[in-house]
Design a protein around this ligand. Structure first.
Ligand code: UD1
Length: 372
């Protein structure tokens, strides 16, 4: 079986690392190379900076992409369109038996669309998530990708229910599985191996009495000056009491420069790799974020999370009191810091599977060899 994996943006490297490692493990059990499944990785180049891309491949030992398309930047339509053209050319040549796509980025949609048009079955990892906000580019990408995928690998039962509500149980050929979350597998595997790099070591020593970790990159927050201003003002206020470390996404840096918003107390650092991120998550007191993945990572590291969005796909975190949605409301962000994060909470409830999502995905895919 030849599998093509399409990735392009930072969170996808983390998820693909897990599934790719499981595939490598399986390959080692094969008697000969002929029987062994083959994976080719296609990197769209949506994220291209060293700190946004290369470092993940190195640290997480992801096999080198067979193709790197260099298609970062541009509008959504032009980025997705160019990816579609180039990925189709590759699929024509490589003729994969299945295509793996992850999450909800433009690279996800382009990979899935290129595949289905050539009648190559698609596996969507992180299927069934919904924010129910069609203004988000990610919501459009995930709904369309789910609809054209054969294997819908959901991280939670809620994701399964979302798909069933949309009628996925009756989509021809669609197979829905709750396998758990590959990001949980990733944390379990890498946290044993994460030691901070030298820059981060200095930072951890400097703020050993405690700090908050913040990330901001969503289009709805960065591209809207008022929302960005509210968030930054709130974080600046909080930083008068507890240091706030903010690894700065290029999109956010761009909009801060454009709007002239300054970070005075908040400690902005360059984007960091996965292992350094794990160290910050492990050592921080709480997390402020608008990222989907970081909300779950906060929970994996037993840290309360304040989510800088009006809705979340990871509703179970809110239901169980691990996460509070505060949008871009300055007063709510500040009051969550003063009250919500100090509550006692029990983090032992398993919400995202048993840490073997990657193996389950590979077992299902390889057992379906020859299915039409
Ligand atoms: C994308 C995903 C989002 C995901 C996020 C993770 C979509 C629609 N969005 O958002 O779901 O949560 O990745 O980070 O696919 N840039 C650089 N260097 C890089 C990468 C990007 O300078 O290595 C710049 C781009 O040129 C662009 C901006 O940052 O100006 C935004 O990048 P883009 O890939 O469009 O979206 P993200 O905000 O990263």
């Amino acid at each position: 079986m030849k599998i093509a994996t399409v990735v392009g943006a930072r969170p996808q490297f983390v998820k693909a690392a897990v599934v790719s490692r499981e595939l490598q493990k399986f390959k080692r059990t094969c008697k000969s190379d002929v029987d062994a499944p083959k994976e080719i990785i296609v990197h769209t180049g949506q994220h291209y900076d060293n700190q946004m891309s290369d470092i993940f491949f190195k640290e997480m030992q992801i096999p080198r992409p067979a193709y790197h398309l260099g298609l970062g930047g541009g509008t959504h339509g032009s980025m997705t369109g160019q990816m579609l053209v180039r990925i189709e050319e590759i699929f024509f040549m490589e003729k994969p038996d299945a295509v793996l796509v992850y999450g909800d980025t433009n690279s996800t949609l382009a990979g899935a669309l290129a595949a289905i048009k050539l009648h190559i079955p698609v596996a969507h990892i992180e299927a069934g998530l919904r924010s129910f906000n069609m203004q988000m580019p990610e919501e459009i990408n995930r709904i369309l990708t789910d609809r054209i995928s054969r294997w819908l690998f959901c991280p939670t039962e809620i994701a399964v229910q979302n798909l069933k509500r949309e009628g996925a149980g009756k989509w021809p050929g669609a197979q829905i599985y709750n396998v758990g979350d590959v990001m949980y597998d990733a944390v379990l595997f890498y946290r044993e191996r994460a030691t901070p790099g030298s820059l981060l070591n200095n930072l951890l020593a400097q703020y050993k009495d405690g700090f908050y970790l913040a990330t901001v990159h969503r289009q709805e927050n960065t591209d809207n000056t008022q929302r960005l201003k509210n968030i930054i003002t709130a974080l600046e206020n909080i930083a008068t009491r507890v240091p706030v470390i903010l690894p700065l996404h290029p999109r956010t840096r761009k909009y801060l420069l454009k709007t002239g918003l300054e970070l005075r107390r908040v400690i902005a650092i360059e984007p960091i790799g996965y292992l350094d991120m794990i160290c910050l998550l492990h050592n921080c007191k709480a997390v402020f974020t608008d990222s989907g993945g970081v909300q779950k990572e906060a929970y994996f590291f037993q840290k309360p999370c304040i989510t800088l969005r009006d809705e979340t796909e990871w509703v179970e975190l809110v239901e169980h009191g691990y996460n509070r949605l505060v949008g871009a409301d300055k007063a709510k962000i500040i009051s969550a810091e003063q009250e919500f994060i100090h509550r006692d909470r029990d983090f032992t409830k398993p919400l995202y599977g048993d840490g073997h999502a990657g193996k389950k995905i590979i077992d299902i895919l390889l057992n379906s060899r020859g299915e039409k």
